[in-house]
Design a protein around this ligand. Structure first.
Ligand SMILES: NC(=O)c1ccc[n+]([C@@H]2O[C@H](COP(=O)([O-])OP(=O)(O)OC[C@H]3O[C@@H](n4cnc5c(N)ncnc54)[C@H](O)[C@@H]3O)[C@@H](O)[C@H]2O)c1
Length: 288
């Protein structure tokens, strides 16, 4: 039974909040960038299941139709809202406008004086490209930095500005990658890996700057996941799948749902003392 995080329920033997209360996002709103498909829409679905109203933002004009329909049905059953907004995270002005329009809508939807404030943002939007470093065009390298690093910063800044305005604080979850820690065997992706290392450090700095405003910032660094991003790499080079699977002791690639628990943990009060950290979820790839 999910309760609102505000309803502190005691266990009977102590004054500690119960576990389902800690993980609940009921009475809160959340934004997920990269929310049109893949990992982003799966994490949006996790937040909906945890009780949040969720806004998916992505550069694509429309979300993936099948996944969006399923998410809408889930939200309707759970009596929460899901909305989609087209937004380019590299455009600071547009991102600020979209966050402001969401803030207005949140105020507008308030019922009986209860406002579902924006309390969680998952920065999941990113891009990938495979080019040998020796041939990498500087323009392409800079484009990758612009989307994955500057775009993530723009998202986090817009989130923190909103959360400090309402004063209740919140949680920002940055999606990194195990590729921020290791070079990927068989894949020439120096620019992508540099961006993922950069967002891990960005997470630590933002966590330290914003803790006083009750804003927590953490990252999740996934291993290989079956999504459109991975499929485009495999389309160009099908034998990579075997290399990816054999790269971890579990001998498999993850499914997007295997990150839902970590995302809700970091987005909710379940992680209230967690900030500036990175959850490496890679099937043991980096341990091997
Ligand atoms: N798939 C994997 O194996 C894997 C592994 C580790 C980390 N990740 C990370 O997970 C996240 C999600 O990746 P995915 O696998 O679902 O890939 P994906 O390509 O399916 O999703 C990425 C989404 O980001 C959006 N996007 C790209 N540029 C944008 C911009 N400028 N503004 C707004 N949206 C933009 C895309 O349109 C897309 O919907 C990324 O941060 C990725 O780096 C993926």
């Amino acid at each position: 039974m999910l309760r609102t995080p505000q309803e502190v329920v005691t266990s009977g033997i102590s004054n500690e909040p119960e576990i389902f209360t800690l993980f609940s996002m009921r009475g809160r709103s959340a934004i997920v960038t990269g929310g049109a498909r893949g990992l982003g829409i799966t994490l949006a679905s996790a937040l909906v299941e945890a009780g949040a109203d969720v806004y998916c933002c992505d550069i694509l004009p429309e979300p993936s139709p099948e996944e969006w329909k399923a998410l809408q049905n889930k939200a309707a059953n759970l009596k929460v809202r899901v909305q989609y907004r087209q937004m380019d995270i590299t455009n600071a002005e547009q991102t600020a406008d979209v966050f402001a329009s969401i803030e207005e809508e949140i105020q507008h939807n308030a019922s009986e004086g209860k406002i579902k404030l924006l309390r969680a943002v998952i920065a999941c939007a990113a891009t990938q490209q495979e080019v040998p470093a020796i041939d990498y065009l500087v323009e392409d390298f800079e484009r990758m930095m612009r989307i994955n690093v500057t775009g993530t910063f723009i998202t986090c800044q817009a989130a923190a500005r909103n959360m400090s305005r309402h004063g209740k604080g919140g949680s920002i979850v940055v999606i990194g990658s195990m590729s921020g820690r290791v070079a990927n065997r068989g894949i020439a992706c120096s620019a992508y890996n540099a961006t993922k290392a950069a967002v891990n450090q960005l997470t630590r700095n933002l966590a330290c700057e914003w803790a006083a405003d009750k804003i927590r910032v953490n990252s999740i660094s996934p291993g290989y996941i079956h999504t459109a991003m991975l499929n485009s790499l495999l389309k160009a080079n099908p034998q990579l799948l075997g290399l990816m699977q054999s790269g971890n002791p579990m001998h498999r690639v993850a499914k997007p749902h295997e990150f839902k628990g970590a995302a809700v943990f970091l987005a909710s009060d379940a992680s209230s003392f967690t900030t500036g950290t990175d959850l490496l979820i890679d099937g043991g790839h980096c341990a091997w």
